[in-house]
Design a protein around this ligand. Structure first.
Ligand code: PA5
Length: 439
């Protein structure tokens, strides 16, 4: 099934430019094609993880074992690539609030070390434990040494030890690199462990145990999610740039970047997909912001990723985007089919307040606003493209995220940079460790 339709008619880049960029991408497409036979022994491991049947079975087995404990709360401790994809998929499929249709297990995400935020979750976990409910914790850290994640983990481990006493090991699942310090601790403590392939970078790891375990725990159909991700691959490896959606999208971004349009705004017309905006912002920010080219030559490369939510941010940012410097290329993302169909009741006294909305569905009004935005962008000659996602199903979301990972890889190839490292992130980590050594 084709889960997404892309449209670049209003991007204002001509076909000759795109064709040239397509030729430049051929070697990268061939490289990824070849990487398909290399399993995890490749920087492009994200392509192969979606076909790992052994991993799928291992996760299913662990999920069954932990679901037997009947948890009501699951704490996901992890930051950046270790939680953004999971949160994005959960929100896309279940929405932002818990209601009776949602899984019985509530998930709380612990990423940063904000004392009040962590304490709020600690109190919720404590309340559940007092009522003899089961709380699980999944700590996810590829390196196994991320300050924030280990700090939060230690606090909750302490809580688990005081409630579960000698049994605490049954309620903790560790996801990390094989052999990391955290993985070693998990072995010593006999916690259940899931491993992340060494060459699979955090921001490309959503379809590994990082995302699959917590998502399967809350009832996400991870089989459909992976099928969706798999379905994006043949198109993403097509050598015809005009057919290859990910390469085409990357080529448009690159062409704008070369014209000094160095901001990319992902304008998402679906509140439930806001997490995908945050996930993509990290994917682009860490993969594309670079201080050197692949050749080692010094450079300062980057497209600033911003995310907006429609129609909310039409009342916030669009004045800047349409009136300010012509420095932003926008991709509008909308969803074709909603899960609900709310209709505004026909009440005559409102007709004179806002015309022509009585008896119309919210989806109709949202569509009118989206197309109104398209017209305003065209009028102001601001470049944009569109992605229409068929529905917010596991399959469609899987296809969308995989398409986006390919897009960023192709964008990096055009920019002659590596999308897999993040050397500058280390700078603050090292500085923090030094500061803490003297606190
Ligand atoms: O994408 C990345 O590599 C980073 O955002 C990491 O995911 C993030 O820094 C967390 O690292 P770790 O999983 O090692 O705790």
């Amino acid at each position: 099934m084709n889960a997404l339709i892309t449209d670049h008619r209003h991007s204002n880049v001509n076909d000759a430019t795109i064709a040239k960029l397509g030729t430049r991408l051929l070697s990268e497409i061939i490289r990824i094609n070849q990487a398909q036979t290399l399993g995890y022994d490749t920087d492009y491991a994200f392509v192969n993880i979606v076909n790992d049947a052994k991993l799928f079975d291992e996760i299913k087995e662990l999920v069954h074992a932990k679901q037997r404990l009947k948890p009501t709360i699951m704490l996901v401790v992890g930051i950046g690539g270790s939680n953004l994809g999971t949160l994005a998929i959960q929100q896309a499929l279940y929405g932002l609030f818990y209601n009776e249709h949602d899984p019985e297990i509530k998930v709380y995400y612990l990423d940063t070390v904000d004392s009040d935020y962590t304490n709020d979750i600690l109190l919720l976990a404590q309340q559940a434990l007092e009522k003899d409910e089961t709380v699980l914790l999944n700590i996810i850290s590829k390196s196994g040494t991320t300050t924030e994640s280990i700090a939060n983990f230690e606090i909750f481990l302490n809580l688990f030890k005081s409630y579960y006493e000698d049994e605490y090991k049954h309620y903790i699942i560790v996801t990390s690199d094989h052999g990391s310090a955290l993985w070693q601790l998990a072995q010593d403590e006999q916690f259940a462990t899931l491993t992340i392939p060494k060459k699979l970078g955090g921001r490309y790891s959503v379809f590994s145990a990082v995302g699959l375990f917590p998502l399967a725990m809350i009832g996400v159909d991870i089989y459909q999610l992976l099928r969706g991700a798999q379905s994006a691959i043949p198109n993403a490896l097509t050598t015809d740039i005009f057919e290859n959606k990910a390469a085409l999208s990357a080529a448009h971004m690159y062409a704008h970047y070369k014209q000094q349009i160095a901001i990319h705004n992902f304008f998402i017309f679906s509140v439930d997909l806001q997490g995908i905006g945050a996930w993509y912002r990290q994917l682009m920010g860490e993969s594309i912001g670079k201080a050197q080219l692949r050749s080692g030559e010094k450079a300062a490369i980057g497209i600033l990723p911003t995310t907006s939510i429609g129609s909310t941010d039409l009342h916030s940012m669009v004045q800047f985007y349409l009136a300010g410097p012509n420095s932003t290329y926008t991709t509008f993302l909308s969803v074709e089919t909603n899960k609900s169909d709310l209709i505004i009741p026909a009440q005559q006294q409102f007709e004179k307040i806002v015309h022509n909305i009585q008896d119309k569905s919210l989806a109709t009004i949202m569509r009118a606003i989206l197309h109104g935005a398209f017209q305003a962008y065209q009028e102001k000659n601001r470049p944009f493209s569109t992605i229409t996602l068929q529905e917010k199903s596991a399959y469609c979301i899987g296809q969308l995220l995989q398409f986006k990972m390919f897009e960023i890889i192709y964008l990096a190839a055009l920019l002659s940079i590596s999308p897999f490292d993040q050397n500058e992130v280390e700078l603050y980590k090292q500085a923090t460790r030094k500061i803490l050594a003297h606190e």
